[in-house]
Design a protein around this ligand. Structure first.
Ligand SMILES: Cc1cc2nc3c(=O)[nH]c(=O)nc-3n(C[C@H](O)[C@H](O)[C@H](O)COP(=O)(O)OP(=O)(O)OC[C@H]3O[C@@H](n4cnc5c(N)ncnc54)[C@H](O)[C@@H]3O)c2cc1C
Length: 426
């Protein structure tokens, strides 16, 4: 949908309080949080089609693919606050227990919802379902949305940004000029929009590829999320809701790149055999594997996250190793914090694009971002080495988690998205 061109004077531009670039999990979630506050004039643009009339429309996005996402307790609270949890929760599987183990070594630890005194430590939801819930709500909100849109130029001005873009499929493209107080860049890792403003990202490849697939089980998963570290990379099996009477878990399996491509191409039988051998039989026998997809794992961090009239969010700001299932949860906390700061700025009659407002948001999130990033990164490295010394360290790490209540408590709170363990202690 193109914002009514009648609002655009012949050479002038339509004004929006905010323009959100990227209609993925983060861009849409933030748009919905802001819409809930009322009064903002928001434009959301997405490079792919945003046709909401068909289910297949969801395949447009790098967010809403065949993956599943482990949502933390805090993410549940955030969705609850914008009235979305009831629908999301209807197709989410609660995590009653997290079981962490190290293949071939003794250390094992379990964290339970009971000891944290909550219904569930987190929830697993399929991205397609998350996407369809977010999109359906987007339709009902007063947000202007433009699919098939490419930004041509971004021109910073003294009190805003001018954006010129092309909207529509090739044959019927229209030019749209927009003026905004704040551009929120949420167009994913390696953001081309941020690059246009000279904001680059630091990249550090893990040399690992994550294979994701849904696995059919011969027994119930009982709400247990398994995190298993192996000498070749970590794997997670997350509980999914039953589908047509089948018991299922969502697999995320990080492997060296070469082994991963062999596993993606292997027959279903060979794949399941390798998986069973690596994981063991805690979840019974693996019966079937669904579509397999591979993701190269790279840690990226934007060189700047806030600038006057600009915020960089989601994967465009930081993308993490998925081992701890924290990337989206962190971005959702960022989004909630930004929405709150913008609301405060409006109440105090301050400019939403001022560096003061945006720095205030960034400084608030910085510690959470740094700790979550360091924790996810060091977890991967801590469990990566095959050596005996590394294994001893890992075993004592898991043992310490099992035995030291304060440490366990900190890790449980971290998993629930409440606080991250201090950087360097992960
Ligand atoms: C295997 C795997 C498992 C994961 N599991 C978890 C988990 O369990 N829990 C968790 O918290 N996190 C998890 N994550 C991380 C999570 O997927 C990301 O944090 C999340 O996808 C980031 O969303 P995003 O909206 O920032 O970016 P994206 O998902 O990349 O979306 C960006 C959107 O912007 C659009 N776009 C791109 N360029 C432009 C442009 N120039 N103009 C307009 N639009 C544009 C794209 O089409 C897309 O729709 C996992 C990641 C991986 C790889």
């Amino acid at each position: 949908m193109i914002p009514s061109m009648s609002n655009q004077s012949e050479k002038g531009a339509i004004h929006f309080d905010m323009v959100i670039v990227g209609g993925g999990m983060v861009g849409i979630s933030l748009a919905l949080m802001l819409a809930k506050q009322g009064e903002w004039k928001i434009l959301l643009i997405e490079s792919n089609s945003l046709d909401m009339t068909t289910d297949s429309a969801l395949s447009y996005s790098s967010s809403f693919d065949a993956r599943s996402t482990a949502l933390s307790w805090t993410s549940r609270e955030i969705y609850q606050s914008i009235g979305l949890w009831e629908q999301l929760g209807a197709h989410a599987s609660g995590i009653n227990q997290i079981h962490v183990s190290d293949r071939g070594h003794a250390g094992i630890t379990r964290m339970t919802a009971e000891e944290a005194d909550v219904d569930a430590l987190g929830y697993v939801v399929e991205n397609r379902w998350l996407g369809s819930v977010l999109m359906n709500r987007l339709k009902d909100e007063e947000i202007e949305i433009c699919g098939n849109t490419q930004i041509d130029t971004l021109k910073p001005r003294s009190n805003g940004i001018d954006i010129s873009m092309k909207v529509g499929a090739n044959s019927s493209q229209e030019e749209l000029n927009v003026r905004t107080d704040l551009i929120i860049i949420a167009d994913g890792a390696d953001s081309t929009t941020a690059h246009k403003l000279g904001i680059n990202s630091r990249r550090s490849a893990y040399g690992q590829t994550a294979i994701i697939a849904n696995i059919q089980l011969n027994q119930r998963h009982q709400g247990v999320a398994y995190e298993r570290f192996t000498d070749q990379g970590p794997m997670a099996l997350l509980p999914l809701p039953d589908y047509k009477g089948q018991y299922r878990s969502a697999l995320v399996w990080a492997q060296p790149e070469e082994t991963a491509s062999q596993l993606v191409e292997a027959s279903d039988e060979d794949f399941l055999r390798s998986l069973q051998q690596r994981f063991g039989h805690r979840l019974g026998t693996f019966k079937q594997v669904g579509q397999r997809t591979a993701y190269n794992l790279v840690l990226t961090l934007a060189s700047e996250q806030v600038r006057r009239n600009v915020v960089v969010m989601g994967n465009a700001a930081h993308s993490l190793h998925p081992v701890a299932g924290q990337g989206f949860n962190l971005s959702l906390r960022d989004a909630a914090a930004l929405a709150e700061k913008l609301s405060e700025a409006r109440i105090q009659q301050k400019s939403i694009g001022s560096l003061e407002t945006l720095e205030c948001y960034y400084q608030q999130q910085l510690i959470d971002q740094r700790n979550t990033l360091v924790f996810s990164d060091s977890l991967t490295k801590f469990f990566a080495g095959p050596s005996n010394v590394a294994a001893m360290g890992r075993n004592s790490g898991l043992l310490a988690l099992d035995l030291v209540p304060q440490l366990r408590h900190r890790f449980i709170k971290f998993g629930m998205g409440m606080t991250a363990p201090e950087a360097g202690h992960g």
